[in-house]
Design a protein around this ligand. Structure first.
Ligand code: TRP
Length: 331
């Protein structure tokens, strides 16, 4: 049995929130213990929306540094920038020819983004999931940790892989989405706890970013929306406090029951401050490492080149196999 390969990527459109950290990045770090992992900064995926070149460039370096600061081990795993490995773009063209127009048109994210941005429904937006399929299939990944919103895209990658395998001979590993475990706390916005803590929220006060300063973090927690009543208990009627309890538990590894007990008789203001402190304290070492890496241009270049070379070697091999099966002349 070959070892399972894990592939995942994060788009550097915006920098990750503490919700992304708890729901995705922590799990990507943990998976390194058990699997061969490849993680990417998906810059190619960013340009389906208008993005300022300087922002794309700095966000890519920020995201790469942040991966390392959060614990992605560049010796153990392959960490790279997507556009550094040209096979992603090349395989996308091939896979386009194995994707039905109707299949791509049915993607929920395409439909939603088209509705939200009616004046820029570009072909790249339509093709976005095929590029994602190329990302995954190039490396023979069988496991793809993603959020719920990306599950459908991984399923399309499965369909494409199976179609190619059936048309020729088994070529691609058929990947499976790995969703955040049911128990894993879903982090809601501090401004509207029933909504997801979004990277692009208009309501910036509801979103805590991993790289927010301690002051910003504390200010956001102090302003967090709470519920009527005064007890610190997790309950469906108390979405605000329940969300804060989830965040506290995620950052302190304490249980909900222990947390409720710990804050018995305390008021909301006190609790909010303690949640802020817990988050600030856990993020501090990450932020410190982040600053060191991000400032070290030589180290960053070296890590990016290394990652790209390792990824390229695997990706080229897959692409070559695909080209041969299709019938392209190889010289
Ligand atoms: N589209 C994913 C997102 O928005 C990011 C991504 C790009 C990805 N390529 C991928 C995720 C391949 C998993 C596998 O979150």
């Amino acid at each position: 049995m070959p070892e399972n390969i894990v592939f995942s990527a994060i788009k550097p459109t915006n920098l990750p929130t503490i919700g992304n950290y708890i729901g995705a990045i922590k799990n990507m770090v943990a998976m390194q213990e058990t699997y061969n992992c490849l993680y990417s900064v998906a810059d190619l995926h960013c340009i389906t929306v208008n993005m300022e070149p300087a922002k794309l460039r700095s966000n890519t370096l920020d995201m790469f540094s942040l991966y390392v600061a959060c614990g992605i081990d560049t010796e153990k795993s392959i960490l790279f920038v997507q556009s550094h490995v040209s096979a992603h773009a090349e395989l996308t063209w091939i896979l386009n020819c194995f994707t039905q127009f109707g299949e791509a048109k049915r993607m929920t994210q395409f439909k939603e983004k088209s509705k939200k941005n009616p004046d820029n429904i570009n072909v790249g937006l339509f093709d976005y999931p095929v590029l994602m399929a190329a990302d995954i299939l190039l490396y023979g990944a069988s496991l793809v940790p993603v959020g719920k919103d990306q599950k459908q895209h991984v399923e399309l990658a499965r369909t494409i892989a199976e179609r190619f395998n059936n048309r020729y001979t088994p070529t691609f590993e058929v990947p499976e989405p790995v969703l955040p475990t049911k128990g894993a706390a879903k982090i809601g916005s501090l401004a509207d706890p029933t909504a997801k803590m979004g990277k692009t929220d208009e309501n910036a006060s509801g979103t805590v970013f991993i790289l927010d300063t301690p002051d910003e973090i504390m200010r956001k927690f102090k302003r967090a929306v709470t519920d009527s009543g005064h007890e610190i208990i997790s309950h469906p009627d108390k979405p605000g406090i329940s969300n804060l309890i989830n965040i506290y538990c995620a950052f302190t590894s304490k249980s909900v029951a222990d947390t409720e007990k710990e804050f018995e008789g305390r008021d909301y203001a006190y609790f909010k401050e303690k949640v802020g402190e817990a988050v600030i304290e856990s993020l501090l070492p990450i932020q410190k490492r982040y600053k060191e890496i991000r400032a070290d241009k030589r180290l960053l270049d070296e890590l990016m080149i290394n990652g790209a070379q390792k990824a390229d070697r695997i990706a080229r091999r897959t692409l070559d196999k695909v080209y041969r099966k299709i019938g392209f002349c190889r010289v």
